[in-house]
Design a protein around this ligand. Structure first.
Ligand code: GUN
Length: 285
């Protein structure tokens, strides 16, 4: 029977630690670290994520600026807003919740965020530096997963890590981080042949495919560490990408949904924002 990795508890620890540091920052600099969040359109899941991010931002003592724009907004109005926030010295981080509604050029919109304020780690400069093993801001979900693995002292060096999903937000940066930790990494995706044969060879299995309970007990090696990135709304409630109840019988460590990766993503976002503020001060920006 697997031990459960409690992402909610670990995220709480990170937030408590940050709360103290954010307060120290305020005392030293007489200003609140500030995160600006932009949501375009009415995607219900995005609204929930953004509200959770705003609540957590305020919980740790940072200032939250939120911009809710209708999906009829002109792309140039979004980029003008980002340009204004980029120039604003009181703003440390800028986050545009993805996905943007159909018709918007995500890459073009994001490109208006300066790398130093890119607390999501989505920009080419940050992704490129990650690939080169240089200092960078790293996408929150994959970095949160590494922190979860480290919290349980999971041995990564030399192990076979299988990542299912190749998105820019999760799969690709996840693969890079695991490679940096000396894992042998396999990235699987929708076109992968014999995917379930590959997952059976994983010591560490990271699932970000967006299909409820896609990974079954028979797909998992005995003793594997299983990380579930999925959040799927189904008739039977919120489900991950892993058949948790059965897979936990064979795994050694497993994350639940909810209460696993989700809270860690937000905690790391706040940490990235704090680090952005410190770096801006160091660089005098
Ligand atoms: N959409 C899904 N995950 C994320 C995330 O981590 N950041 C942003 N901005 N949008 C997302």
């Amino acid at each position: 029977m697997a031990e459960i990795i409690d992402g909610k508890a670990l995220a709480s620890e990170i937030k408590e630690d940050l709360k103290a540091k954010v307060n120290e920052y305020f005392i030293k600099h007489n200003r609140k670290i500030t995160l600006a969040v932009i949501l375009v359109g009415e995607n219900p899941a995005s609204k929930v994520y953004v509200n959770n991010k705003i609540k957590a931002t305020e919980y740790v003592g940072m200032k939250s600026l939120s911009y809710y724009l209708p999906e009829t907004v002109a792309e140039s109005d979004i980029t003008s807003l980002i340009d204004t926030l980029s120039e604003d010295k009181s703003v440390d981080g800028i986050l545009v919740q993805l996905p943007l509604p159909k018709g918007f050029d995500e890459e073009k919109v994001l490109s208006h965020i300066p790398a130093i304020k890119d607390v999501d780690g989505f920009l080419a400069e940050n992704v490129g530096n990650l690939c080169l093993g240089k200092k960078s801001t790293v996408s929150c979900t994959p970095l949160g997963i590494i922190r979860m693995l480290e919290s349980k002292n999971v041995e990564l060096s030399g192990k076979h890590a299988v990542v299912i999903g190749r998105s820019n937000i999760v799969g690709k940066p996840m693969a890079m981080l695991l490679l940096q930790k000396n894992c042998t990494v396999t990235v699987c995706h929708s076109k992968t042949e014999n995917l379930r044969e590959i997952t059976k060879t994983a010591d560490i299995l990271i699932v970000a495919i967006g299909k409820p309970e896609f990974i079954k007990k028979d797909d998992v090696k005995s003793g594997a560490v299983v990380i579930d990135v999925g959040i799927n709304r189904t008739e039977n409630g919120l489900k991950g990408d892993v058949d948790f109840e059965n897979v936990k019988e064979v795994a050694s460590l497993i994350t639940p949904v909810p209460g696993g990766v989700g809270p860690m993503t937000i905690a790391i976002l706040l940490e990235n924002t704090y680090n952005a503020a410190i770096r801006r001060d160091e660089l005098g920006l």
